[in-house]
Write a protein that binds this ligand. Structure first.
Ligand SMILES: [Zn+2]
Length: 258
């Protein structure tokens, strides 16, 4: 089998290459793509929006807030490349990579040494820019794509709200690609069969700082998932597992809402 281009080239940390691929997708699919904020002159963050995105029932997907977790950003562009014809019909707000400096440098943190995923309670330029773009919209679905260095399998966080829950089905769809995480305690939180499902409140995050997904849940999204692939597993399987979950989530959100 012919390897996919990203495997041939090992370019998952090549941010200009990622931006070029998104520009090509945006042009072909008729999506709006524009710079939002610059971490450095060489590291501009972009947003991609479809014309179908309205006030309600949107789909929010972001990747790359942790730059040492490249499968999410790679999966998101590959999913988009594979679905160019459908994209314009979906109400999408996409942040292809929330931490371009981190992706380029294979770092969890940003250029100032901060974990952006603990800063959504703060009024900092990047967070402010993301919030401003997100402000007019409510989302049926918010997906944030991550990886875990300690991961021993695929798992996800599903914030408790809408039922029936989707977590089990999402993992089942990706199970043939990557086995489900077996740990019952993940970052101090109880997990069951690869799912960390819980209620979240602002208070719980007072000490550690507000993650993107929690901010989305509290302000914008009905269903909120954080997907975690094990970053020591093969890149191809991590990317394919993330694509399988993105695809199923988008299919379900689209079927429910519009
Ligand atoms: Zn992460």
């Amino acid at each position: 089998m012919k390897p996919a281009s990203y495997l041939e080239s090992h370019r998952t940390h090549d941010y200009p290459f990622l931006v070029r691929r998104w520009r090509a997708v945006a042009r072909k699919a008729g999506l709006e793509m524009r710079p939002v904020v610059a971490q450095t002159p060489a590291h501009k963050l972009f947003v991609v929006k479809s014309k179908r995105l309205g006030k309600s029932d949107g789909i929010y997907i972001s990747a790359g807030i942790h730059g040492d977790e490249p499968a999410g950003a790679e999966a998101l562009i590959l999913w988009a490349e594979q679905n160019v014809k459908r994209l314009a019909e979906l109400p999408l707000l996409i942040f292809p990579c929330l931490n371009p400096w981190g992706l380029t440098n294979n770092q969890r943190v940003d250029q100032n040494g901060h974990d952006l995923n603990r800063q959504f309670h703060l009024d900092l330029p990047l967070v402010r820019a993301v919030k401003k773009l997100t402000e007019p919209h409510q989302f049926a679905l918010a997906l944030t794509l991550h990886e875990d260095f300690d991961g021993q399998g695929l798992y996800l966080y599903e914030v408790e709200r809408a039922t029936p829950y989707w977590g089990e089905d999402l993992l089942n769809i990706a199970r043939p690609i990557i086995a489900i995480e077996g740990r019952v305690l993940i970052d101090g939180r109880r997990a069951s069969a690869g799912i960390v499902r819980r209620k979240v409140t602002l208070k719980k995050f007072a000490d550690i700082g507000l993650p993107e997904a929690v901010w989305l849940h509290l302000n914008h999204s009905t269903r909120t998932f954080t997907i975690e692939t094990p970053s020591e597993f093969s890149l191809d399987r991590r990317v394919q597992a993330q694509i399988a979950i993105i695809d199923e989530c988008v299919r379900r959100a689209a079927a429910q809402s519009f």
